[in-house]
Design a protein around this ligand. Structure first.
Ligand code: SF4
Length: 92
């Protein structure tokens, strides 16, 4: 909903130009990579018309799901955001 989106923005600080998660370019996404477009709770991953899975890391909740599925295989690069950026769990 709109309200949820607003709350989201309020507690998320974007580190512009320094995404903390990157997807390696690929010919065809693996099953795990493709799964991220469905399982990421923040809906950060999407499949482009060119068949690439891409990430917009803004709004990432650092749940670690994508890290578990795709980091070891090298399909994504995963780091915590720099201090002060990313999701702010204490708010209000
Ligand atoms: Fe989505 Fe969780 Fe990965 Fe962040 S850590 S991009 S919320 S699956």
């Amino acid at each position: 909903s709109r309200i949820e989106e607003k709350l989201y923005r309020n507690r998320y600080l974007v580190d512009s130009g320094r995404p903390h998660i990157k997807v390696r370019r690929h010919q065809k996404p693996s099953a795990n990579l493709l799964a991220l477009t469905r399982v990421c709770p923040a809906q950060c991953y999407e499949l482009t018309d060119e068949g690439q899975v891409e990430i917009t890391a803004d709004g990432c909740m650092e749940c670690g799901t994508c890290r578990i599925l795709c980091e070891a295989s090298g399909e994504i690069e995963w780091n915590y955001p720099r201090g002060g950026f990313g999701v702010l769990f204490k708010f209000g």
